[in-house]
Design a protein around this ligand. Structure first.
Ligand SMILES: [Zn+2]
Length: 325
């Protein structure tokens, strides 16, 4: 029998990333392409078809080796119908992605929300392998969550379950990208942390090693935050600590509700600052969670990085096609 693979496509806001992989050999080929959404969804779908063809060619596999193409969508998805409800960063709304893309490539197309795929990747191929009831939380520009119950992804009534980033944490708090106020991600994402640091430096005139970056309006990435922590920058340490305490509180609350056996943290902020922030998150979690809900819960950092969602494609193929790849 021929060895089977999938193509996992990460439909990011800045780039499309396509990878060919299976569980035995891991990722064997990768290709990327800048995201072009200004020309409309039709062109964007053509771009995905092109990069899929390119990465299959780069893998030197034959058409028969590819069992499916799995798309990780930054937005709401119905994986059963293959329709994207709304992907704001890509300007896509109510689009039959599965059927449109299948017109252009000779493979079955599967779709899932990218954060759910990340959770599936962590569960099937990462630190969550032994977990049965798991929460995956990804902290970066925003905060995303994926829920695994009894070993399966929990999608909810309208496929929007897991939106932990938009749980209300502070009534009338800072404005969130979703339009509401006081959401978890408006208080504890990298965007929130950076906004607070900018406020401290610009409005409160506090000193920080990031002052030059802020004055020249440069983007502050997780790496710059890590540098500032290493230099014991008080503003940065205080703002990150504050965000970590919020993260610990929310995880404690959610654990009281759901009684998870494992919480996996991933995303740019966790990867860059994990050594500094994981102990703070754990301590605050401990302060807030019920004793009985805390018993035996593991809080760990994901080691799959951006590959979590790529590996999640394998679990999606298994769920929808019934084949282990
Ligand atoms: Zn929100």
């Amino acid at each position: 029998m021929q060895e089977k693979y999938i193509v996992s496509v990460d439909m990011g806001g800045t780039k499309i990333l396509a990878s060919v992989l299976n569980s035995k050999r891991g990722i064997i080929a990768r290709q990327k392409k800048p995201t072009n959404i200004t020309s409309g969804t039709k062109i964007y779908v053509k771009d995905i078809a092109e990069i899929v063809k390119k990465v299959v060619a780069a893998s030197k596999l034959k058409r028969e080796n590819i069992a499916a193409v799995c798309l990780g969508v930054p937005g709401s998805v119905n994986p059963v119908t293959g329709i994207i409800g709304h992907a704001p960063n890509l300007g896509i709304r109510n689009y039959k992605m599965k059927s449109e893309l299948e017109k252009l490539i000779p493979y079955p197309v599967l779709l899932e929300n990218d954060v759910n795929l990340g959770a599936l990747g962590v569960k099937s191929y990462g630190v969550g392998k032994k977990s049965v009831n798991m929460l995956a939380v990804f902290v970066g520009t925003g905060i995303g969550g994926g829920i695994i119950i009894n070993g399966k992804i929990y999608r909810g009534f309208n496929f929007v379950a897991g939106e932990i980033g938009h749980m209300l944490v502070q009534k009338n708090g800072p404005k969130c990208g979703c339009g509401k106020k006081g959401c978890f991600e408006a208080l504890a994402s990298r965007t929130a942390i950076v906004n607070n640091i900018i406020y401290d430096v610009k409005k409160l005139k506090k000193k920080s090693v990031l002052a030059d970056l802020i004055k020249s309006n440069q983007r502050i990435k997780s790496g710059s935050l890590k540098n500032a922590i290493d230099k014991k920058d008080k503003v940065v340490i205080s703002r990150i600590t504050e965000a970590c305490e919020t993260i610990g509180d929310v995880l404690g609350s959610v654990c009281n509700l759901m009684n998870f056996d494992m919480i996996v943290l991933g995303g740019g902020v966790i990867e860059a600052l994990g050594d500094f922030i994981m102990p703070i998150i754990k301590e605050e979690f401990h302060n807030h969670v019920f004793d009985a809900a805390e018993k035996g819960v593991k809080i760990v950092a994901s080691k799959l990085g951006d590959d979590a969602a790529i590996y999640g494609g394998l679990a999606l193929a298994e769920e929808f096609l019934g084949v282990k790849i």
